[in-house]
Design a protein around this ligand. Structure first.
Ligand code: ATP
Length: 278
């Protein structure tokens, strides 16, 4: 397995954010995680990237413990990078990329510069947020990765650049067997990208990663048939909102995940009525 976790739970300052997450993703898979704001997507990707320590958890990438024996070839790209003052300083893009080893992967770097329409002469403090994001993607992707954890970093790309980038990543994963998890809120133009989709809500994987397109003989197929990913996402997000509103009607404040393993969580009870299994 390329990415493995078993019953992973996590709390931010005692507020639960992940509740018993289990993953078992094969090499070469591309999983899109669908879930509302606050579902726990970023927290999960940060933990997989080894950026948030979890004690006594079994989290492995390429069979290696992410905290005690960190695996090489893992690339995490998140939105906070662009906030770092270093990448907002007066530095020319070509110098910046060379300073992080861009010259070692010149051909791949040049392909990415072309796809992402990045100018090597830009000064990092004089470019737009979207342009800075494009530099980040060249920076992160120019070294071939085995596992890519993408946390909504395509949000401020224009659609043409995003489309070209997704094609590049798909081809890359197909030819090199690289594994990708992609958390996003933009589902347009994404139909051809994933091999798997998952639904995350209130810290739980209410639908664990299952094959995309939805196989005709699966339980999900009865509900979604040949729906687009956009329509599947709309439906799941509607259900999340309905669940939240039901809890709010009962006067329950909804924040984070549930940690009591001995009784079914509200979300388990709620989502059970849809009988989601792949
Ligand atoms: N640094 C933090 N400190 C405290 N709580 C946090 C922190 N980061 C996230 N949380 C909380 O953890 C939960 C999960 O947040 P997370 O950012 O993982 O969700 P998300 O699915 O990535 O959301 P979004 O789609 O808005 O990016 C939320 O309830 C959030 O408020």
């Amino acid at each position: 397995m390329s990415i493995f976790t078993r019953s992973l739970s996590y709390a931010h300052n005692a507020i639960p954010a992940l509740d018993s997450i289990s993953l078992d993703l094969p090499p070469g898979s591309r999983t899109v995680i669908i879930g509302p704001n606050g579902a726990g997507k970023s927290t999960l990707l940060q933990i997989l990237a080894g950026k948030r320590l979890v004690n006594a958890a079994d989290i492995r990438i390429k069979e290696r413990d992410v905290f005690r024996d960190s695996p090489p070839g893992v690339c995490f790209l998140g939105t906070e990078w662009a906030m770092n003052p270093v990448v907002r300083g007066d530095i020319v893009v070509s110098h910046f990329l060379d300073s992080v080893g861009g010259y070692r992967h010149k051909e791949r770097r040049d392909t990415l510069l072309d796809i992402l329409d990045v100018d090597l002469d830009w000064h990092m403090h004089q470019i737009s947020d979207g342009e800075r994001r494009r530099v980040q993607l060249v920076f992160g992707l120019m070294e071939p990765f085995d596992v890519l954890l993408l946390d909504e970093v395509t949000v401020d790309l224009d659609v043409l650049v995003r489309d070209d980038l997704l094609r590049f990543l798909k081809r890359d994963s197909e030819t090199r067997g690289a594994t990708i998890i992609y958390a996003t809120h933009i589902f347009d133009g994404l139909n051809q990208f994933p091999t798997h989709i998952a639904h995350m809500s209130f810290g739980r994987l209410v639908i664990p990663p299952g094959p995309w397109p939805i196989p005709p003989d699966s339980a999900l197929s009865a509900q979604f048939g040949s729906s687009t990913l956009y329509n599947v996402a709309l439906q799941w997000l509607r259900e999340d909102r309905e669940y939240r509103r039901e809890l709010e009607k009962k006067g329950r404040k909804v924040r984070g995940a549930r940690r009591d393993e001995t009784v079914p969580s509200d979300s388990e009870t709620f989502y059970k009525k849809y009988d989601y299994t792949h």
